[in-house]
Write a protein that binds this ligand. Structure first.
Ligand SMILES: [Fe+2]
Length: 425
């Protein structure tokens, strides 16, 4: 897949133009290693084809921003409104999610032409004086595309994991691990009280991160690193997957019906575990954080360890004073990294793996979805899902902040999801 996109600058909206171009170029780079077939196939209903991600993010700019706001804009292809609408009921009918892999045509080169078409029109729009509402929508479109960049990677990993040749998305060569620390975690203690949570400040945030409000937390402690593969293997060896008393009822039913006995992508070869990764099949690194576990498994592990998952407000309260940095997609590693010895603070709090919390994804006090179609973005998903915090090794770093709320159903395993333990004081 071709990488470069036309470059231009904007005198009126230089920062927004830079953001737009950097996000669009990052998507093209992520798609570059994929063949037409790689980008078209769909391995399960939850995972979309890479071609669909590249087209859908473009459709978002076309449908939500260009059509209503750029005079004389010519829609690239009317049929794309059906093919690449994701879940916007107010916009109309669409290709069923589970059948996105059937879209063998248009070809990938047509999707690239679609991206170029929309990029040129966006460059033209960005030459205008933009209302605050339109500027906010463009920023939303860029953050939306960053979310799909991570999904493109998680979804292509799921595709490649179905292939008996275990293809590597990226060169499988050795990765530096630094000064790995395999000592037990230490726990940082936090006072209880009324704390403020939710987005604050001028920067971008999704609607579900606000309004900022007060929350009551009890005294708690939080581990200074993530749970490792070695600890997960202890859980497995102790019968964790075979002990119903450790599990939520729905979790036990799921582990039985799905036959779970290890994290997703793990496979026993000879006397050791291997795992499918974006760098092909690799031996499981005992010191690296466990990854690709569901909420159900994370909760069972915490029960086995005689601790619990943090609430999202405990997590946010603890993380708010930590600098945002770590193993994000920009590191190029594309795998979670072991905790490093001698590092201060809450290690791995950002990057590496999304951390399951025990909090349901629900509206904050006084939350109201936005008017119009973008009101469907987050609000309508506030039922039956759990919040994950902190970002992963496939998240763009500029996309992350302490108030960020990711969410997935409790049986989801194909994201880069792991856990950090908390306890009551
Ligand atoms: Fe989307």
């Amino acid at each position: 897949m071709r990488v470069s996109a036309p470059r231009s600058s904007s005198k009126k909206n230089p920062e927004l133009m830079r953001l737009y171009q950097s996000v669009r170029e990052a998507s093209a780079r992520l798609g570059a290693p994929l063949s037409e077939a790689d980008a078209t196939v769909q391995s399960m209903p939850d995972a979309s084809p890479a071609k669909w991600h590249l087209a859908h993010t473009t459709w978002f700019f076309e449908r939500m921003i260009l059509e209503p706001n750029l005079a004389g804009y010519g829609v690239f292809d009317r049929a794309f409104n059906f093919l690449f609408n994701s879940y916007y009921e107010s916009i109309g009918p669409r290709q069923a999610r589970a059948r996105r892999g059937m879209i063998t045509r248009p070809a990938l080169e047509t999707i690239i032409a679609y991206r170029d078409h929309v990029d040129r029109a966006m460059a033209s729009l960005l030459e205008d004086d933009l209302s605050p509402g339109v500027a906010a929508l463009i920023e939303l479109g860029c953050n939306h595309e960053q979310q799909h960049q991570e999904l493109l990677l998680t979804d292509i990993l799921h595709v490649f994991a179905q292939n008996p040749l275990y293809p590597a998305y990226k060169d499988p060569g050795p990765i530096a691990v630094g000064r790995t620390d395999d000592s037990p975690p230490s726990y940082r203690k936090f006072d209880g009280g009324v704390v403020e949570v939710g987005h604050v400040g001028q920067g971008f945030a999704f609607d579900c991160e606000g309004p900022r409000h007060r929350a009551l937390i009890e005294p708690f402690e939080l581990a200074d690193r993530l749970i490792t593969n070695a600890e997960w293997m202890d859980f497995m060896a102790d019968g964790g997957y075979r002990t119903p008393l450790l599990w939520l009822s729905a979790g036990w039913a799921t582990t039985q019906s799905e036959g779970w006995s290890a994290p997703l992508y793990w496979e026993r070869r000879d006397e050791r575990y291997w795992s499918m990764t974006l760098r092909g099949a690799q031996p499981v690194d005992p010191a690296a954080p466990v990854c690709h576990v569901s909420y159900f498994e994370a909760d069972a592990f915490a029960t086995w360890a005689r601790r619990r998952l943090p609430t999202e407000f405990e997590w946010e309260h603890a993380a708010a004073s930590e600098p945002i940095g770590g193993n994000f997609v920009e590191s190029g590693r594309l795998r979670p990294a072991p905790a490093q010895a001698g590092e201060p603070g809450l290690r791995q709090i950002y990057g590496d793996v999304w951390e399951w919390t025990r909090s349901a994804f629900s509206p904050y006090p006084r939350f109201h979805p936005a008017e119009g179609a973008v009101g469907e973005y987050n609000g309508k998903f506030m039922c039956g899902q759990f919040v994950l915090r902190g970002g992963s090794c496939t998240t763009p770093q500029s996309h992350m902040r302490a108030s960020y709320r990711n969410f997935f159903p409790p049986d989801a395993r194909w994201q880069f999801s792991g856990l950090r333990l908390a306890g009551d004081l």
